[in-house]
Design a protein around this ligand. Structure first.
Ligand code: ZN
Length: 183
């Protein structure tokens, strides 16, 4: 189990070292970004009201982002430098998405924004106002913060170094590798 995790972290480190070594000139739009450029999208640093729960399969149930506790009307910030890909209604909810030059897309909802698509933003730039009403939020308001690379949903807390990387939930014996089930 421990060795398995260590091998995975090494693989992850190798992957990210390669990604970090990519020249910034390859970035679309010429907006430089590295992992170090990301910030929390709410200030001061918010509590995580609901964690990231990746679905077991592509269209399965899960929570494809994290919910950050806030208050209605609170200013929402761009988590990193990039370009506004979309700001508007998706299935009745106001959503903002930002494309970053490292191939990542961050999404924010429910957030009312007047920004047009194509707007260039820096990390920490105000992008709109948080609304109440996110499903499953036990707070006055929750910012549902998502992170995608292509079709893959990732844990946005990795952007701000606020998550311990786990390969699987602790209590998911059905998905544990055979070597990890000695009990
Ligand atoms: Zn959510």
């Amino acid at each position: 189990m421990r060795l398995f995790h260590r091998a995975a972290s090494l693989a992850l480190a190798a992957c990210c070292a390669v990604a970090a070594a990519l020249p910034l000139s390859a970035a679309p739009g010429g907006v430089p970004a590295t992992r170090g450029d990301y910030v929390w999208p709410l200030a001061p640093r918010p509590a995580v009201a609901r964690p990231f729960e990746p679905p077991p399969f592509k269209y399965g149930r899960g929570h494809r982002g994290v919910d950050l506790a806030g208050v209605p009307g609170q200013t929402v910030l761009a988590a990193g430098p990039g370009v506004v890909a979309f700001a508007g209604q998706v299935a009745g909810r106001p959503v903002v998405s930002i494309d970053h030059s490292d191939g990542l897309r961050t999404t924010y909802e429910p957030v009312a924004s007047g920004l047009p698509a194509g707007e260039i933003v820096v990390a920490g730039a105000p992008i709109g106002a948080l609304e109440a009403g996110h499903l499953g939020c036990g707070q006055a308001a929750c910012l549902h913060w998502g992170l995608r690379r292509g079709e893959d949903y990732l844990n946005p807390l990795t952007l701000v170094g606020a998550v311990a990387i786990r390969l699987k939930p602790v209590d998911a014996p059905d998905r544990a590798p055979p070597a990890a089930a000695p009990r």
